[in-house]
Design a protein around this ligand. Structure first.
Ligand code: GDP
Length: 297
């Protein structure tokens, strides 16, 4: 069966926060994710991450790591939450400082609140002459969300995703918020986690980007993810480097699954290859039967 052993307090170790960036269209989510991915704010590693990947991990100047889910908008976040796969520890809500708190901003806030995930606000486009961060803070206050420098509990940072101004400070606030959460996981057991994205690569076969949430994933592990299974043949980090072992809060791209699982699918390590295969084919069969029934009605 699935290897999932009850964790003892002494087996738990600190893990990095997993962060999603949400906000209204054009307020700068993509720009911020790109800046963090490419910039040299990341300690110890020059050059940045050039390839686009559904999840990546960065180390900030203070040495702490943060894992980002780089999924288009909040759709993925909603889908994952709906499927019971809670992956995000903290949400950064980006609000353009030259605009108002918009409908998608409110939606992002209520999604995060419904999931019980803490929010850090990033007031973006501070480089623009028309930027008016106080206006945004005022609007948040009228929604009962008082930012820290106004005496409230919400971390808030003025940034420019264009120039990078304030981004390092934003990431430090994210780490501060994560320290309050005391995020922990047991790295010394078989891995489990969530699929972030998957696709067929012409040369390499099915490539799945996954987020390890507990345990450690190793080369040769046999995994079941949604309707697909397979032996992990290779793992790569966000820089395309080979990885042998992926501890909690590590995003990796893996080779070896016999198909592309869906974003939000859970994965588990199985001791018994046959059992994983059986469950995978049973799930496929169930889905086929369901789609036949839907067609009939
Ligand atoms: P998204 O829809 O939330 O992902 O927003 P984008 O990242 O695509 O940004 C929308 C537009 O705002 C683009 O034209 C960006 O170049 C611009 N933009 C994003 N961040 C900044 C910023 O900090 N300053 C300025 N001046 N423009 C920005």
């Amino acid at each position: 069966s699935v290897i999932e052993i009850e964790d003892k307090e002494e087996d738990l170790e600190e893990r990095a926060p997993i962060v999603t960036i949400m906000g209204h269209v054009d307020h700068g989510k993509t720009s911020l994710l790109d800046y963090i991915r490419e910039a040299n704010v990341i300690a110890g590693e020059s050059g940045g991450i050039t390839q686009h990947i559904g999840a990546y991990s960065v180390k900030i100047k203070t040495g702490q790591k943060i894992a980002f889910l780089d999924t288009p908008g909040h759709e993925a976040f909603t889908a994952m939450r709906a499927r019971g796969a809670q992956v995000t520890d903290i949400v950064i809500v980006v609000i353009a400082a030259d605009d108002d708190v918009m409908p998608q901003t409110k939606e992002a806030i209520s999604h995060a609140q419904a999931a019980g995930v803490p929010i850090v606000f990033a007031l973006n486009k501070i480089d623009k002459p028309t930027a008016n961060p106080d206006n945004v803070k005022q609007q948040l206050a009228s929604m009962d969300m008082l930012v820290e420098d106004w005496g409230g509990k919400y971390q808030c940072q003025e940034i420019s995703a264009k120039s990078g101004q304030g981004v390092e400070d934003l990431l430090e606030k994210v780490v501060l918020e994560s320290e309050i959460l005391e995020l922990k996981a047991n790295p010394n057991k078989s891995a489990l986690g969530t699929v972030v994205e998957a696709q067929l690569d012409k040369g390499r076969g099915y490539v799945s980007t996954i987020m390890v949430q507990a345990g450690s994933l190793k080369i040769g592990d046999y995994i079941l993810a949604g309707k697909h299974s397979g032996k992990v043949r290779a793992m790569f980090d966000e820089r395309g480097r080979n990885v042998d072992i992926a501890p909690p809060s590590t995003p990796v791209s893996i080779l070896g699954l016999d198909g592309a699982p869906q974003a939000g699918d859970k994965f588990n390590v199985f001791e018994d290859e046959r059992e994983a295969k059986q469950i995978a084919s049973k799930r496929s069969q169930l889905q086929r039967e369901q789609s036949v029934r839907t067609q009939k009605t």
